[in-house]
Design a protein around this ligand. Structure first.
Ligand SMILES: Cc1ncc(COP(=O)(O)O)c(C=O)c1O
Length: 483
């Protein structure tokens, strides 16, 4: 079920409680699921039954599980979910970008985050052990009184530069700036290098929260079709002539939401068009850590000339640290640094020391290898189950979190995602990833959650019901509505 860290200063009962909470929060233990008996779990984990009793008692007290006498312990049906919901303010309407982003972080108990953009907490637990946090504090110059240089700790920037050089990107610590994740990088780029009314080229489909942020900044979004081997070059060229864009936002590697990467030839042509038409490129590599191979990036091909590159450790290492980074040529980086100081002054020294410790201890590489193996297995299982349920997966990606699956004709995607949410399953529909909200029969699936039989069971049942309804209508001589 899970293992315990015997070197950790965290008591074993606390660890068991935390692991079970995470399984319940991520719906890997859904409402109504039976927990292992106290004796069996104690035997499996090699702890005394009293330790398990302590953890179970606390979960009962928190309303997360129920004791049903001799039948055992079960995940509670609704009580805490409702209590959680009552405490949370929703930032947007259902399926809006901010709503979806909030869902992945609110982590409401019992909701299966089938379309979320994040990994389950249990997959990231080994990335930074508690002892690394203690070591980081001990190595910092003044503990919790430490200050962080606004550009980021020099040693940390050095470690990130080394990691990027390993990806073939020629960069040194001086060309890097740390951020609060990729979201902060997008925000800094918007505020520093763009002005309301500017035309900005974006891939379509693309990352929904970025679209929302660009719109909020008063920018004119020009959607360019994203294809399995990169952005559509004909559309890109035509848009350069028509719109005289200031910038292109692009994800070269494991594009969100499709999971596709770009060919080197495609990226080379993008760079040529950027030089010819004088626009900047913001290359988003937030998903890139998950790629199992050595993909080509624009930052590598361009030597950062005219390319602002950003990535983050929030997905693959620690959402708790919220650390990201931008690499750019000095003229642009200086402007971004000024904006960082105006907006947040600096990032947190503790977070930077912890990240430095994690990168320099050698754990990062091993952690990524494990994640990639786990993701590969989850991709296989999810692909098989989703196909069996009736989803069409036309161009499966080389790795990463996402599968981009189309619903069969005749299914109303808006109704389906609403119905799924009423059934405690979070699905994100294709239109959310479209720059102009065009309806789209796709759904984005997160492979870490989509291998759960509960999702396949739900989809199979709903899609069969639609097919059955259409068959009935055909029998009655009526044509079913087109999608
Ligand atoms: C493509 C892309 N860019 C940026 C972000 C934001 O990343 P962060 O969590 O580091 O702010 C995400 C998050 O899902 C993403 O998928």
């Amino acid at each position: 079920m899970f293992s315990l860290d015997r070197d950790s200063p965290v008591p074993l009962a606390d660890q068991i409680e935390a692991r079970l909470r995470a399984l319940i929060d991520s719906a890997q233990l859904p409402p109504g699921a039976k927990l292992m008996s106290i004796r069996r779990l104690a035997g499996q984990l090699g702890v005394s039954p009293n330790t398990v009793v302590t953890a179970y008692d606390r979960l009962v007290a928190a309303g997360l599980i129920d004791s049903r006498g001799t039948a055992g312990f079960f995940v509670a049906e609704t009580a805490t979910t409702q209590a959680d919901a009552a405490e949370l303010l929703e930032a947007g309407e259902e399926q809006e970008p901010v709503w979806l982003a909030q869902q992945a972080n609110d982590q409401r108990a019992g909701v299966l985050l089938a379309s979320s953009g994040a990994l389950p907490a249990a997959w990231l637990e080994d990335a930074i052990p508690a002892t690394a946090v203690q070591r980081a504090l001990a190595k910092s110059n003044a503990g919790l009184a430490s200050r962080c240089p606004p550009q980021g700790l020099p040693e940390l920037r050095g470690a990130i530069a080394m990691l990027m050089r390993g990806q073939g990107i020629a960069v040194d610590a001086g060309r890097l700036l740390t951020t609060w994740g990729g979201t902060h990088a997008i925000d800094l780029i918007c505020k520093t290098l763009l002005q309301p009314g500017d035309s900005v080229l974006v891939e379509d489909p693309g990352y929904f929260l970025m679209f929302g942020r660009l719109r909020q900044a008063g920018l004119r979004l020009v959607p360019i079709k994203r294809r399995p081997d990169g952005i559509d070059l004909n559309q890109l060229e035509a848009a350069c002539v028509e719109h005289r864009p200031r910038m292109l936002f692009i994800q070269s590697v494991l594009h969100n939401p499709t999971g596709w990467s770009s060919s080197a030839a495609n990226l080379h042509r993008v760079l040529m068009l950027a030089h010819q038409h004088g626009f900047l490129i913001a290359e988003d590599d937030v998903q890139g850590h998950f790629h199992p191979g050595s993909p080509t990036r624009l930052a590598q091909l361009s030597g950062l000339d005219g390319v602002i590159y950003y990535s983050s450790f929030c997905k693959a290492m620690s959402p708790a640290l919220r650390m990201g980074y931008i690499a750019a040529e000095p003229r642009l980086l200086k402007a971004l640094l000024r904006e960082k100081i105006y907006s947040i002054l600096t990032t947190g020294a503790l977070n930077e020391f912890v990240l430095l410790e994690a990168l320099s201890s050698g754990r990062w590489r091993k952690h990524l290898d494990r994640l990639q193996q786990r993701l590969a297995a989850a991709r296989l299982a999810s692909t098989r189950q989703l196909r069996q349920a009736g989803l069409l997966l036309e161009h499966p990606a080389e790795g990463g979190l996402f599968l981009w699956g189309a619903l069969p004709r005749g299914v109303d995607v808006d109704l389906l995602v609403k119905d799924a949410y009423r059934n405690a399953i979070l699905l994100a529909r294709g239109a959310t990833f479209s720059a102009d909200g065009t309806s789209d029969p796709h759904l984005r699936f997160n492979v870490a959650f989509s291998q759960q039989p509960r999702l396949a069971g739900y989809l199979q049942q709903r899609l069969q019901a639609v097919a059955g309804g259409n068959a009935t209508l055909r029998r009655l001589g009526t044509t079913p509505a087109k999608d």
